[in-house]
Every structure is written in C-alpha cells, then in structure tokens.
Design a binder for this molecule. Structure first.
Ligand SMILES: CC(C)(COP(=O)(O)OP(=O)(O)OC[C@H]1O[C@@H](n2cnc3c(N)ncnc32)[C@H](O)[C@@H]1OP(=O)(O)O)[C@@H](O)C(=O)NCCC(=O)NCCS
Length: 170
C-alpha cells in the first residue's frame, strides 16, 4: 500500500466515495468542497489517497489542528496532528486496509520529531470505527460536540505509539 497526494484528478473518485452509505453515515454533516480544496495545498494539511497495487481504495487527511483555518478544533496546543480516514468502496471494508493506512499516516506524523500526539473525532455512535482506533492504541479523551455532530475525541501520544510498536518488534 502507498499513500500519495490527492489531486484534482481524483475529483470524480472522491465525489463517488462521498455518495457511499458507509461514508455518509460516518460523516453526515461535512461538505469537503473537493472542487476547491483539491486545488489548494496549505502547509497545515495533507490530503492523501491510499493505493493498493496502484488501485485507489481510500482517503486520509492529516491536519495541524492549531493552524487549520476554520479552527474546527478550537484553540489547540502546538505540535498536534488530527486525522480523518475512510475506505471508499464498501467491498474494501474490513480487509485490513484501514489499519495499514493508519499505521503509515501515524508514522508520517511522528516522523516530525516535534509532533507530540494525534487526535481523531469519530461520531460517538460509530462504534466500529471507535473499536478500530482503540485497537491501534488511541485513548479516549472524552465526548465533544462539533457543529451538529456528537463525537468522541481520542488521542494517541507519541510515547504510546513508540512503546506499543517496539513491543511488537520484541
Ligand atoms: C474505519 C475504517 C477506516 C477502518 O478501515 P478498515 O479497512 O475497514 O479496517 P480494518 O480492516 O483495518 O480493521 C477492521 C476493523 O475496522 C472496524 N470497522 C469500522 N467500520 C467497519 C466496517 N464498515 N466494516 C468492517 N470493519 C469496520 C472494525 O473495528 C473492524 O474490526 P472488528 O473485526 O472488531 O469488527 C473503515 O471501516 C471505514 O472507512 N469506515 C467507514 C468510514 C469511517 O467510519 N471512518 C472513520 C470516521 S472517524
């Protein structure tokens, strides 16, 4: 699996994925405004397409929540990252692709030695995704309402990630 930057050439793909019921259910109230956003390249954001053997299977976004321009996350400490992820096609769910996407994205975040922790905000009702994040090592911070969405915020500390990964290598 490879993560590569999303570009305007991915517009149709991302719009098609946005219509998938499992994608809508996980993020019912956001408009990602792909037509505009794919043409931008702010230094506080990476929008990435995951490809397996050259076939696009999912999307992942990494932001610096302190610098992100809408201040979705409110006032944040410096040196954090926040991730959004989805698998595009229903047929590709539950095959381990999401786990590998997260592993690569987390490594990408912590490759910057200043980054201390990563945040995610699944809907409180998205129990499948919450189990997925908990298995990776994210720890519950607490419930938080973002706009119309009741979410559960999770956080993965650099030290927690490094520890759990060095244990796996033992
Ligand atoms: C969450 C998501 C990225 C995980 O990727 P994945 O490739 O399906 O996950 P993996 O195969 O690596 O791991 C399987 C685990 O993912 C979780 N999962 C979440 N949604 C799932 C789904 N619709 N189908 C199967 N597994 C799902 C489960 O916890 C599953 O573990 P289980 O065996 O305990 O049920 C993916 O399921 C997805 O895109 N879901 C819809 C969008 C979404 O919820 N995104 C997160 C928003 S915060």
């Amino acid at each position: 699996m490879k993560l590569r930057p999303a570009t305007l050439k991915d517009l149709d793909l991302l719009q098609r994925w946005d219509e998938q019921p499992h994608v809508i259910e996980s993020d019912p109230n956001d408009d990602w405004d792909w037509t505009n956003e794919l043409g931008l390249n702010p230094d506080w954001r990476e929008q990435l397409i995951a490809e397996v053997d050259g076939r696009p299977i999912g999307f992942i976004q990494i932001i610096d929540p302190r610098e992100e321009e809408t201040h979705y996350w409110g006032d944040c400490e410096p040196n954090l990252r926040a991730i959004d992820i989805w698998i595009g096609g229903e047929e590709d769910l539950g095959k381990g692709f999401g786990g590998e996407m997260m592993r690569q994205a987390i490594e990408r975040c912590f490759a910057n030695p200043n980054v201390t922790a990563i945040l995610i905000d699944p809907l409180e009702s998205n129990t499948d995704a919450r189990r997925f994040y908990e298995r990776i090592g994210f720890e519950e911070v607490g419930p938080r309402r973002f706009g119309e969405d009741d979410c559960m915020v999770y956080r993965l500390e650099r030290a927690g990630w490094l520890n759990s990964n060095s244990r796996k290598d033992d």
